[in-house]
Ligand binder design. Structure first.
Ligand code: ARG
Length: 458
């Protein structure tokens, strides 16, 4: 078998170099996109009179046959043909004869692979969006289900102030909403047809890339053919979006891991998302969450990896760019799996409102309420803060919560304290008084949930 680019070469390259340079083992994954792009290219060549209608019909028939073989697992993938593009072209020519050798007119593998990656990442972005939506839906559903449940909100991982559990869950919803916006931006960046750039300079054939763009659903062409074959920004955009998404998922996973430990017991993972230990019979490990947290490492790594591949490259195409694929494929697989798993964890885990409530007993997360109460009665806030701090120290020594102190004990710290102070030293009241936009009071959280549901339906 002679290479498709064999004209210039005096002898076949060494087999080890062939193995080293081949991308077939991973770019097989682009078969469908490669065929779809070639079909559009062939039709355009015929419309422009560059190949005949008969040749075009032969090519389209041959490509359909290739697709069939690929789907049936009967396609003869051959490593000696380097990559998916050459494999399909070779097979096409075997199937239909010389017309197959006309398909590549006015095209280079440089703009061909760029098109394949555009088509690939465009459809994967849609899939990622769907899975993001499911995770967001799981969060809103749990938030709506548990409206009214109060938990300690944390800063510095110390109990800070009581918040609605739903409020806390919705914080993650909005993080994932920004991720969805990032993917939408990625789709905007992907929306440029690179085909027609050929190797780098454009081509002498009278191509009509506008019609190809229309057929393949792109609204724009690249303004510059050199840029068209060198651009991998749209892949970086995806890798960045996936890395941030991973970081968000990892934070949530971390909280679920901690929250399901015995010390917290806020949650219990469903058996389907946990595993046991081979030695300790009592164990129930939050493996799925641990792996979501762990796999975020590769999402971040893949972004860094492609940035480093690209950073020193002169224009235009360089073989280094072949290294974009495994990073992108891995991030696609990883982010999709993590999104689905996490949605499953969230929608099936048991929530324990009693433990959330109990964990706030004698933690003084109502100390701000006392300070606010004093400030409302006219004490400057800094002084109020000081008085409340002294009350906390006193209660701590007695091993009691603030609201367990008698009125006269409280009044010994400030005579402006009266009986109504107890109305403020209450978790529900503390939550309900936080009415600022985005705050934790029930009405505002309900509003968030309504907004979120509207977004999901849009
Ligand atoms: N396998 C190559 C890649 O993935 C396709 C483009 C190769 N172009 C070339 N002139 N060698 O980037």
């Amino acid at each position: 078998l002679s290479k498709l680019w064999g004209g210039r070469f005096s002898q076949d390259g060494g087999q080890r170099a062939e193995e080293f340079t081949s991308s077939l083992s991973f770019d097989k994954r682009l078969s469908r996109q490669d065929i779809q792009g070639s079909e559009a290219h062939a039709r355009m060549l015929a419309r422009q009179g560059i190949i005949s209608e008969e040749e075009c019909a032969l090519i389209l028939g041959g490509l359909r046959q290739c697709l069939k073989e690929i789907e049936r697992g009967e396609f003869p993938f051959r490593q000696e043909f380097e990559d998916i593009h050459l494999n399909i072209e070779q097979r096409l020519t075997e199937l239909i004869g010389p017309a197959g050798r006309k398909l590549h007119t006015g095209r280079s593998r440089n703009d061909q692979v760029a098109l394949d990656m555009h088509l690939y990442i465009r459809s994967e972005c849609q899939e990622v969006l769907l899975r993001l939506r499911s995770l967001q839906k799981a969060l809103v559903d749990r938030a709506a289900e548990h409206l009214g449940v109060i938990m300690p909100g944390f800063t510095h991982f110390q109990h800070a102030q009581p918040v609605l559990f739903s409020h806390y869950l919705m914080a993650y919803f909005w993080m994932f909403q920004r991720d969805a916006e990032r993917i939408a931006f990625c789709l905007h960046q992907v929306d440029r047809l690179p085909l027609g750039a050929a190797a780098l300079a454009g081509t002498t054939y009278p191509l009509d890339p506008h019609s190809v763009a229309g057929e393949l659903g792109f609204t724009r062409l690249y303004e510059n053919s050199i840029d068209a074959v060198s651009d991998r920004d749209y892949l970086l955009e995806f890798l960045f979006s996936a890395a941030v998404m991973g970081m968000h998922m990892s934070r949530l996973a971390e909280e679920l891991i901690i929250g399901s430990s015995r010390e917290f017991s806020f949650y219990e993972m469903d058996d389907a998302f946990a595993t046991g230990s081979s030695i300790m019979p009592q164990k129930k490990n939050p493996d799925v969450c641990e792996l979501v947290r762990g796999k975020t490492g590769r999402l971040i790594g893949n972004l860094v990896s492609l940035l480093v591949v690209l950073k020193g490259l002169p224009l235009a195409y360089n073989s280094d760019m072949q290294e974009d694929k495994e990073a992108v494929f891995d991030s696609v697989d990883t982010v999709k799996a993590c999104l689905s798993m996490l949605a499953g964890v969230i929608s099936t885990m048991k929530v324990n409102p009693g433990r959330m409530r109990a964990s706030m007993y004698r933690d003084f997360c109502l100390a701000t309420e006392l300070a606010d109460y004093l400030a409302q009665k006219g004490l400057p806030f800094r002084d109020a803060h000081h008085v409340a701090g002294r009350v906390v120290a006193y209660a701590m020594k007695k091993g009691m919560d603030i609201w367990e102190l008698t009125l006269s004990e409280l009044q010994s710290f400030s005579e402006i304290i009266s009986e109504d102070v107890y109305d403020y030293l209450d978790y529900e009241v503390a939550v309900q008084r936080r009415t600022t936009p985005g705050g934790t009071c029930r009405e505002n959280v309900e509003q968030q949930i309504a907004k979120a549901l509207a977004l999901l339906e849009a």
